[in-house]
Design a protein around this ligand. Structure first.
Ligand code: 3UK
Length: 522
């Protein structure tokens, strides 16, 4: 399938609405809070779409979603698409100043926010230049809203009198429909815009052609819907094939939440990051304690899956994990293992319909077997980073995307991840910039100098470790380490905190005084 196989006027709400013909009464979405059929999803999408239009949302404008994974997340996303707006799935783990940056950069006029995160938004409300309306999801809808302004409304009240009829905006298949923010080594997060066409294309090229997802499947992802790994795996792909999804609002890093959800809702395909599989494997007897027999396949992405984790999972559950590498710039997976062709430890082979190259610093192909920089060509690649012209020019080289990954290919055509070409770390499948962790630590009164590097944990998965030179008068003891980790949790999203701190007398440096991080990786 190619983009040109889609009609010129195409709206990705089709991915939901095509199900109304044959399976309107099938459960489309399961969650602890409520289950919805395709018909119910479609009706509610229309009500939300109408309500958004009444708030003045026009074609091409952003609608921000800061919500846990639940029915309203999915509904708001497709409602934004249907009216020709751009859905901005916001990372719930970030701090208020980062939410403010994203709301301003995306110029969202409307924010749908879960009640539990409303106070975070209120704390930066003065900084929000474009936001006009807040819709509160969850919480007690009979309680008056805390906000003093009359621009805040409960979701249930907001859609109560809206019609279930709504015209689909005649979007071009190349019109933007979704905006996701991804962090870089330095500077502000990068806004990545995707078009309507990218959703059916990735669904067909990877979920159907490689993973063989089908109507009888039921998906469950720990990757949240604000991350395109989750939006694809747990919403767009299942609905594209007429399958159902299971949404879990609870934090995915707690292994028992994940196991209980699998036991209760019986998904057939589970999406997780390597850290998530390793956390479950860390629980003795999990396979005896929980009924996981509904699973037929698992998928891993976000960081590379070590072969021992693959083997232990297979031994304990009998289920294969399909490792595939994806990125937000391409929307989803572009090199992947497949159910009948798995090489544990490798990322598999290029997804048919996409192409990859491994090149040297001059963009020349390296000989087979040599490590080089990975470039990818896919019709689903974004065109630019919003408001970041220079970074865009360095990353989007015509048809080829510079992924920032090092790879080599073996004689059988399997691709092997060999780290990143920048300093970025993937921690639990999410980007962490060591520069950001370092500058946070530098603001602590006891820190003279520091360097943060990725160090493998017991499951061979990378976690941040800080090497710190203390100012005079501070004791290099456990209490100070604990205090610094708590300090990092308060200043940054929790997943960015160093897992280990080592106090050192000096840091290795070049003659010109630049810290040599590679020497610390050990
Ligand atoms: C790394 C992997 C080795 C790699 C993503 C699936 O992770 C996703 O998107 P991001 O933009 O990060 C992209 C970067 O993450 N990576 C991802 N998967 C793997 N490295 N093996 C893997 N299997 O450095 C890549 O450049 O956050 C993954 C689907 C959608 C996604 N957005």
């Amino acid at each position: 399938m190619r983009a040109s196989d889609l009609p010129l006027i195409y709206n990705a709400v089709q991915i939901l609405e095509h199900n109304l013909k044959e399976r309107a009464q099938k459960t489309a979405l399961y969650s602890n809070e409520r289950n919805l059929t395709f018909q119910e999803c479609s009706d509610e999408v229309n009500r939300v779409g109408n309500a958004l239009q009444k708030l003045g949302v026009h074609f091409g404008e952003s609608v921000a979603i800061l919500n846990h994974d639940n029915a309203e997340w999915a509904i708001a996303y497709f409602a934004a698409l249907k009216i020709g707006a751009v859905a901005v799935g916001m990372n719930t783990l970030l701090k208020p100043h980062e939410h403010a940056y994203i709301l301003n950069d995306s110029r969202a006029r409307v924010l749908l926010v879960h009640a539990s995160m409303l106070s975070a938004i209120e704390s930066v409300r003065e900084q929000l230049l474009f936001l006009k309306h807040i819709v509160v999801i969850g919480g007690d809808s009979s309680a008056p809203l805390r906000s003093a302004r009359n621009d805040t409304v409960h979701y249930a009240d907001w859609i109560a009198n809206e019609s279930t009829e709504l015209e689909t905006a005649p979007t071009h298949r190349d019109d933007f429909c979704a905006l996701n923010y991804s962090s870089g080594t330095t500077g502000e997060p990068k806004g990545i815009l995707h078009a309507h066409k990218d959703l059916p294309l990735t669904s067909q090229l990877w979920a159907v052609n490689v993973l063989r997802m089908r109507e009888s499947d039921r998906t469950f992802a720990t990757a949240k819907l604000f991350f395109t790994f989750g939006t694809g795996g747990n919403l767009v792909f299942p609905w594209y094939v007429g399958a159902s999804c299971v949404l879990m609002a609870a934090p995915p890093r707690i292994a028992t939440n994940v196991l209980e959800t699998i036991q209760k809702f019986k998904p057939t395909i589970h999406f997780n990051a390597p850290t998530g599989y390793a956390a479950i494997l860390g629980m003795e007897d999990f396979a005896q304690q929980y009924d996981l027999s509904s699973l037929r396949l698992c998928v891993s992405a976000g960081e590379s899956l070590p072969a021992p984790v693959w083997e232990q999972w297979k031994e304990k559950t009998g289920v294969d994990i399909i490792d595939g590498i994806g990125c937000t710039e391409i929307w989803h997976i572009f090199i992947s293992n497949s159910p009948d062709d798995i090489r544990p430890g490798s990322s598999g082979k290029p997804v048919p319909g996409m192409q990859v190259r491994i090149v040297d610093e001059n963009l020349q192909d390296v000989p087979q077997g040599a490590v080089g920089n990975l470039l990818v060509k896919s019709e689903t690649t974004a065109l630019l980073y919003l408001h970041q012209a220079e970074k865009s020019r360095r990353t989007f080289l015509g048809e080829w995307l510079v992924t920032g990954d090092k790879y080599h290919v073996d004689a059988d055509g399997y691709y092997w991840h060999a780290g990143r070409s920048d300093d970025m770390l993937k921690v639990g499948g999410i980007f962490v910039s060591p520069v950001e962790v370092e500058s946070t630590l530098m603001s602590h009164p006891a820190v003279l100098e520091c360097a943060v590097v990725g160090v493998p944990d017991s499951a061979s998965l990378i976690k941040p470790k800080a090497f710190i030179v203390l100012k005079q008068g501070y004791n290099a003891d456990d209490a100070l380490q604990r205090e610094m980790i708590a300090y990092c949790k308060e200043k940054m999203a929790e997943y960015k905190r160093p897992r280990w701190i080592e106090f050192v007398n000096e840091l290795p440096k070049t003659a010109t005084g630049k810290i040599q991080r590679f020497k610390l990786r050990g």
